[in-house]
Write a protein of this length. Structure first.
Length: 360
């Protein structure tokens, strides 16, 4: 099948499994907490990370059916990071709907009459919802061994939980913290290496985990030193890097309909992205000053944001960032040389090409 058909079919299987799980039918109380936990899960995302896990499992001869709980664990884990990330970034729109903290700020005002307490209420509900999703993700990952009496399956599940909750979680949160730190630092003091390091933690770490987990599940044991497991983990890392670089580009060149959020949101938040850094270095002093007067200013007008987006394209930052994404595409494709040739290897190649071509 073509990639689009594979994505549709695999996503449908994942949704069906998710909606059949006991967690999906758990009527949490109070009602607002229940609605907050399921807000993003019901609207649905791209399911790229769980698809990557399943396809890496399949590429090494594993059974996708047995990997479904682990794949959904990755999606639910990703979801809680989005809920918390939206609080940190003070975003009010995701997937063309209010973010969790914004939805429950509004509902706190309208349904509970909370007045000035409503923003704190919305943030608190979102934090609690993310905490529950995080725990749910761990439970789903444990299910990878829950239906088996084999000691190897239990050992593998525990090892994957330890990796996700140890190295991967630490890398992700370090990347999030670095994102915050860099956004407050002058552009003259930010390096390309720091931005790439932030992306490696905040985004690529979970892609890499997804690919490694799928490969380990195919092996039926935790095999971090297996050459093909390592190759697929590296593939996932470079796919994640390319994904985030393209995401940063789309935040400048895309449309709200495609993004599901406001164009230029990263500019208002002052996020340090490669398109911004490259453009700043290319800009003459007057345009540097103009960029600095807009980037990171929450009250910037829509016209100023559009002006900044135009500058990031005309100064060459966007094309240069695309070149960086292409380099990661090349590195990802190299890692597939370690995988047996066939339709599954081709599918993974199509996957990483898709992540840097989407939105064009």
């Amino acid at each position: 099948m073509e990639l689009s058909q594979e994505l549709e079919a695999t996503t449908k299987r994942l949704r069906s499994y998710l909606e059949g799980s006991p967690y999906w039918n758990n009527r949490l109380s109070p009602e607002h907490l229940h609605d907050a936990v399921f807000s993003y899960l019901r609207t649905g995302g791209k399911y790229l990370r769980p698809c990557l896990l399943l396809w890496c499992c399949r590429a090494l001869g594993g059974e996708e059916e047995k990997a479904l709980p682990a794949a959904l664990a990755v999606e639910v884990f990703h979801t809680w990071t989005l809920v918390h990330d939206d609080i940190i970034d003070r975003d009010d729109v995701r997937r063309s709907c209010p973010t969790v903290h914004e939805e429950f700020r509004q509902r706190g005002e309208e349904e509970l009459g909370l007045g000035e307490f409503a923003p704190h209420y919305g943030q608190s509900l979102a934090m609690l919802a993310g905490d529950l999703q995080h725990g749910w993700a761990v439970c789903l990952l444990a299910e990878a061994a829950g239906k088996s009496n084999r000691r190897e399956d239990s050992s593998l599940a525990l090892s994957l939980i330890r990796e996700l909750e140890g190295d991967t979680l630490a890398a992700l949160i370090e990347g999030e913290a670095l994102d915050l730190v860099l956004s407050r630092r002058p552009l003259s003091e930010v390096s390309e290496e720091e931005i790439l390091g932030m992306i490696a933690g905040k985004t690529a770490a979970l892609f890499a985990f997804s690919a490694r987990a799928g490969a380990n599940l195919a092996r039926g044991r935790y095999s971090p030193d297996d050459p093909q497991v390592k190759a697929l983990g590296d593939f996932g890392h470079h796919a994640g890097m390319a994904f985030q670089l393209q995401d940063d580009i789309l935040g400048i060149t895309g449309t709200e309909a495609k993004l599901g959020k406001r164009v230029g949101a990263d500019i208002r938040e002052g996020k340090r992205t490669l398109p911004l850094l490259f453009s700043w270095h290319h800009a003459p002093p007057p345009l540097r000053q103009r960029l600095e007067s807009i980037v990171g200013r929450a009250e910037a007008s829509d016209g100023e944001i559009a002006e900044a987006c135009h500058l990031l394209q005309s100064l060459g930052g966007v094309p240069q960032a695309r070149q960086a994404a292409q380099r990661h595409l090349g590195e990802a494709l190299k890692r597939l040389d370690a995988i047996p040739p066939g339709p599954d290897r081709k599918l993974l190649g199509d996957f990483v090409r898709f992540v840097i071509e989407r939105g064009r």
